[in-house]
Design a protein around this ligand. Structure first.
Ligand code: 13P
Length: 256
């Protein structure tokens, strides 16, 4: 059985004191034995947040990474630097990086390769724009982003891979995908993984849903058989709402 993963993507929010306090509150949570919890603060707060998480089971992740190991890449951060701060995970291909910062599948794939080589667990984000959904292109977009982001990645490389389905029209809008829409997209992603790799591999991979996940919709979304957790933006910035989502996963896992 796949374990749930509830991940908080803090994006460009919090400050040192607020982020540390939030991490301290999250560290006190009891997610139960079958749910993993992760927080992804901005780069400058990785170290204090990691310190606040120490002794808890909550993992630390970054929101991006650069693919070269070191050198003249002003403003960028390497895989080794993230490992050095205590990160175990990295979010790659987030829609804000694709659509605001102009990242391509090719760049994302180089980051995926570097992160895996450096033993970071990759959360690869995919998802369609509203106009793509309305034009009936959702599956084609997912296929393209999966194929592009995982080009050259073997089954062995991808052993710890996590996919996050984040429909762009649901991010930060308060409009969540319905449980059916999420399940349909997740099932499509799982089938794609089975075709590209194999069914046993695909069955092990966790697929998170992201896009306006809140305490009041988390449970019905995560109840879907192919939804293995949540990548939470806005609701991860307050301990009580994030912990309510963790609790929804914990009770679903306990009921299985
Ligand atoms: P919101 O939960 O704020 O919609 O953000 C989702 C997201 O982009 C997580 O990565």
């Amino acid at each position: 059985m796949r374990r749930f993963l509830v991940a908080g993507n803090w994006k460009m929010n919090t400050d040192r004191a607020g982020g540390t306090a939030l991490a301290t509150a999250v560290a006190a949570a009891d997610p139960g034995p079958k749910t993993d919890v992760l927080v992804c603060p901005p780069f400058p707060y990785l170290i204090p947040v990691g310190e606040a998480l120490q002794g808890s089971g909550v993992r630390l992740g970054a929101q991006d990474v650069w693919y070269e190991p070191s050198g003249a890449f002003t403003g960028e951060v390497s895989v080794a630097m993230l490992r050095d701060t205590g990160c175990s995970h990295v979010v790659l291909g987030h829609s804000e990086r694709r659509h605001i910062l102009g990242e391509t599948d090719e760049t994302i794939c180089r980051k995926v390769q570097a992160a895996i080589a450096g033993h970071l667990t990759v959360i690869l984000c995919v998802g369609e724009l509203l106009e793509e959904r309305e034009a009936g292109q959702t599956e084609a977009v997912l296929n393209r982003q999966l194929a592009g982001g995982l080009e050259g990645i073997s089954e062995q490389d991808a052993a710890d891979l996590v996919i996050a389905y984040e429909p762009v029209w649901a991010i930060g809008t308060g409009v969540t995908a319905s449980p059916d829409q999420a399940e349909t997209a997740h099932a499509h992603i799982r089938n794609w993984l089975a075709d590209r790799y194999n069914a046993a591999f695909s069955d092990r991979i966790r697929i998170l849903y992201g896009g306006s996940v809140k305490p009041d919709n988390a449970q019905t979304l995560m109840q879907q058989s192919n939804v293995d957790g949540a990548l939470v933006g806005g609701a991860s910035l307050k301990a009580d709402s994030f912990l309510a989502i963790v609790d929804a996963a914990r009770s679903l896992a306990a009921a299985e």
